[in-house]
Design a protein around this ligand. Sequence first.
Ligand SMILES: [Fe+2]
Ligand SMILES: [Fe+2]
Length: 312
Amino acid sequence: MEARPQPQDDPELLARFTERIAAGDQIEAGEWLPGEYRFEAQRLIQMHANSEIMGALPEREWIPRAPTLARKMALTAKVQDEVGHGMLLYRVAETLGRTREEMIAELVEGRARFHNVFHYPAETWADVAIIQVFVDGAAMQTQGALRSCSYAPYARVLKRICYEEDFHIQLGLDVWRTLAEGTPRQRAMLQDALRRWWTPLIHFFGMPDRVSPHTEKMLAWRIKVKSNEELRQQFLRRFVPIILEYGLEVPDPGLRRVDGEDRYVYTEPDWEELKRVGRNGGPKSAERLALRQRFYRQHAWVREAVIQWAAA
Ligand SMILES: [Fe+2]
Ligand SMILES: [Fe+2]
């Protein structure tokens, strides 16, 4: 990871920029930006793009094994949506000064980050339901909030992405419902998948933010719109009732809703695991990166052909 640069911004431009953001304005591609803003926004959007294309892999594994033709077609379309999100996001990240080639090279060489949940295996068909409902549901909290972020090109693509993510959740709920209302074996499979995914889902939003000048600046600049804990609570409020409604168990005996408050308490997860996984040290990190690398090499001819065609 690069060290955070210490930009020497023109104080007058910086003051005008801060004023504009405080007034609720958004910044378009190519407009003046403080160095730190550019660095943080670029890093955020690049990680989001990486997560979309790495996130396509666990579900992709299930396309050949989906139980019916309809499920197979729906899953194929969903995986295509995710890759499409990646492409839109790399394009936005490019407007902040790094090329797509650099970003993809960083990803396939294991020097970049992608979201913790995509470093874990999808062991059974029930994992597909969990990913579609809860992983996409967790992503929806973060991305939904960022629709009002200050970088206009990101806010715009997020509107389209969220529309599709919402559809993924609906699709997942259909798979979830089928398994939850199915045979005892199907219910047990779903409960087991939920147990395995619970900690990564709690990890998804990151550690509760430290109150630091950095976090405050990110919130003031609207590169961050809500705190990690606010987003996690929003997720629990929407998704814990779905688990309970189907008579399944939340895999955390310490989870409870605080009386009279719209807030849950939960067992503190092992944050060290999140840090390890984030550094590409998860159970599936190496395998998935190797797969991404292999396909990147294998499809080099397509890129070459397209570039030659575009140049002709
Ligand atoms: Fe997506
Ligand atoms: Fe999705």
